[in-house]
Write a protein that binds this ligand. Structure first.
Ligand code: G4P
Length: 531
């Protein structure tokens, strides 16, 4: 493949096979379990428990390396790629609460759609809401899987209303539970006009009953005699007559989410979900440049942007991995590209490789795929790389409103130089956001997840030889104000006044109460948040 371009038709065909998405959920809703079921369905892994083993540490890393080698999948990395029914699927990980960071948000900049997994007993939880907001802002399609139907959960109607009301998106149920928990009998598959019977025996193969034209089953069926069937029919009738219709255009703009019920653990409803999902999920999107041009996903010229940089936490390995979303063309090993920001030419050769170099399935990477580039400090978040001569810069990645703040100083006052250099570089890389106190000019760092601060501290010491002291300021609500409207005397201990790296003023409110109090006292001052 080296040096040889794919034919245009082959390239378009390859790109059209790609489905690149993230699973957004609150920890424990079942993201790992559903991912595992998808890997089982695609025969990438053979045994349930494999992926969960990774999470709970049941398997040693070496076992994982072995599994990765054998099955050709990089399970320990942030991107899982596998083939299913002629499609190539890239699932991008959005880490749970302990590792939640701006990277998690930025990962959503690199996907074409999202799968939202909700625990049927808990409904919408805080992390789902946060991640959903970013997907909604991007206007990407969102598919919902309401999980854990084998347990008693909330009423399905109630869950749909909660999604609609709190997330402001229309729902369209694709199937409907026939009972729940111990009383779960199956799923009424509205979309395929059939019933999938729930099989408790452990035999995971779904048994289907085709429904007649009026959506009912034959009289001699056991299910028909069960009172739950009548209730289900009534509810389905209501949905069909009063619910939202499946409108593809609305799905594509993120205004309507198809909703599937099921149980990831029992592998019930997952296959039907995946199949319908793959049918409707979008192929790789076109991308906009900073001068408002459109780069088509099937342009032959290779281009992509860095959406995440993962630092190696091992002090012996200073290298990092820059994750690049390919936006057009085809990546070939050994190719030359230009890094737009520096205009430096880079050869993507030995120092560059796929997530798992030796896996068979990945011979080519095209638009929609994610590649991992070993980085010795060349890349920053938001960087564009491209093939050919014409300059190209994709739209800036958005900045996210930080929530956790610390004041930071160098432990050793003699080492100010390395302290400043470290901070400057880590800010540029997008690892943290930097603010300065308005009155004292102190350094204040803002992050969306605690882990970012730990990584910051570690990297300052290891990469810049600078020990830092961080004093927690706690969680804050950051709100920007128009400099013209700024009244410095409005600042207090409950609403600290700081400026961002572009010298724009903002208040850090102690809590919602302090923000409301301020809004009432200064009704003309407009407060704005980022995403
Ligand atoms: P996460 O990645 O979103 O954090 O969730 P994960 O898949 O790890 O699932 C969290 C817990 O919920 C796990 O239980 C998992 O077995 C359970 N779970 C996931 N899907 C279902 C489902 O459809 N039904 C039921 N009943 N449970 C489900 P755990 O006890 O924390 O872990 P484990 O001991 O089972 O490994």
């Amino acid at each position: 493949m080296i040096g040889v371009h794919m034919k245009e038709t082959t390239l378009t065909e390859e790109i059209n096979k790609r489905r690149t998405f993230a699973i957004i959920s609150h920890p424990d809703a079942g993201k790992t379990t559903i991912t595992e079921q998808m890997l089982l369905l695609s025969k990438v892994i053979r045994e349930a428990g494999s992926v969960k083993g990774r999470k709970t540490g049941k398997y040693a890393t070496s076992d994982w390396m072995e599994i990765e080698k054998q099955r050709g999948i990089s399970v320990t990395s942030s991107v899982m790629q596998f083939d299913y029914e002629g499609k190539r699927i890239n699932i991008l990980d959005t880490p749970g609460h302990e590792d939640f960071s701006e990277d998690t948000y930025r990962t959503l900049m690199a996907v074409d759609s999202a799968v939202m997994v909700i625990d049927s007993a808990k409904g919408i939880e805080p992390q789902t809401r946060k991640l959903f907001k970013i997907c909604k802002m991007r206007g990407i399609p969102i598919f919902t899987f309401i999980n854990k139907l084998d347990r008693d959960g909330r009423e399905p109607m109630d869950l749909l209303s909660e999604i609609e009301d709190t997330l402001n998106i229309e729902t369209c149920p694709m199937n409907w539970p026939i009972g729940m928990g111990k009383g779960l009998k199956g799923l009424y598959d509205i979309y395929n006009n059939r019933v999938a019977l729930y099989n408790r025996s452990g035999d995971k193969k779904e048994t289907y009953i085709q429904l007649n034209d009026s959506g009912d089953i034959e009289d001699d069926s056991d299910l028909k005699k069960d009172s739950i069937w009548k209730d289900t029919l009534d509810e389905v009738e209501l949905i069909k007559s009063a619910g939202n219709k499946l409108e593809i255009d609305k799905i594509m703009t993120g205004d309507l989410t198809p909703v599937f019920f099921g149980s990831a653990l029992a592998n019930f409803g997952v296959e039907d979900f995946l199949e319908t999902y793959l049918k409707y999920a979008p192929t790789p999107a076109d991308h906009r440049t900073d001068d408002n041009q459109i780069v088509r996903s099937n342009d032959d010229r290779m281009s992509g942007f860095v959406f995440k940089i993962q630092a190696n936490m091992n002090a012996n390995h200073r290298d990092r991995i820059a994750f690049v979303r390919l936006c057009s063309g085809e990546f070939r090993r050994g190719m030359d590209v230009t890094l737009n920001r520096t205009q430096r030419r880079l050869r993507l050769n030995n120092s560059t490789q796929f997530m798992a170099e030796d896996r068979e399935s990945v011979q080519t990477a095209v638009s929609g795929d994610i590649i991992g580039l070993y980085d010795t400090g060349n890349f920053q978040i938001g960087d564009t790389i491209y093939e050919g001569k014409d300059k190209l810069q994709f739209e800036k990645l958005p900045q996210f409103t930080p929530e956790i703040f610390v004041q930071v100083t160098a432990k050793n006052v003699m080492k100010q130089k390395s302290f400043h250099k470290g901070i400057e570089q880590l800010v540029q890389e997008g690892a943290i956001q930097l603010f300065r106190s308005y009155s004292s000019n102190d350094y204040i760092l803002g992050v969306v997840g605690q882990l970012q601060l730990e990584v910051f501290q570690f990297r300052m010491k290891n990469e810049y030889n600078s020990d830092v002291i961080m004093t927690s300021l706690g969680t804050k609500i950051a709100r920007w104000v128009d400099p013209e409207q700024l009244d410095e005397s409005a600042a207090s201990s409950r609403n600290m006044l700081v400026k961002d790296r572009n010298d724009q003023p903002l208040f850090l409110f102690e809590n919602r109460f302090a923000e409301n109090w301020f809004a009432q006292k200064y009704p003309d001052v407009k407060l704005t948040s980022r995403l």
